[in-house]
Write a protein that binds this ligand. Structure first.
Ligand code: AMP
Ligand code: ZN
Length: 114
């Protein structure tokens, strides 16, 4: 297992503001938020990047997205809208190599992203 900051959030070795947790997932506030609501939804299993997902992870991917949708409603950003982002590899700006789904909301979002 690599030295992984998000694995350490899963094991509570480093603190985070946890928004949701179950047997498979943790959701927590981003430490450097880019929007009024900025959560990370992550699998407890260490998967480095979205491109490493396989068919055996199909249920996990569904849980990630469904959890993000539910948290968007709970945090009051489902209307007028929110953005789910997964950055893959350095060219897309991935900086933490443990799969994470960004949930961003609470302000207007520009398109295309930078
Ligand atoms: P990415 O650039 O897509 O890999 O996103 C990584 C995200 O993790 C960034 O938005 C960081 O602000 C966030 N982040 C890094 N360290 C922590 C931490 N200890 N707790 C919460 N969020 C973090
Ligand atoms: Zn990890």
């Amino acid at each position: 297992m690599p030295d992984c900051i998000f694995c350490k959030i899963v094991t509570k070795e480093i603190p985070a503001k946890i928004a949701y947790e179950d047997a498979h997932l943790v959701a927590f506030s981003d430490i450097n938020p880019k929007a009024p609501v900025h959560l990370q939804i992550i699998p407890k299993e260490h998967i480095a990047r979205v491109s490493e997902l396989t068919e055996k992870n199909a249920d996990l991917v569904a849980k990630l997205v469904m959890t993000a949708n539910r948290l968007a409603r709970e945090y009051g950003v489902a209307e007028p809208g929110y953005r789910l982002v997964i950055n893959c590899n350095p060219g897309a700006g991935q900086s933490v190599y443990h799969l994470h789904l960004h949930l961003l909301g609470g302000r207007p979002m520009k398109w295309p992203p930078g």
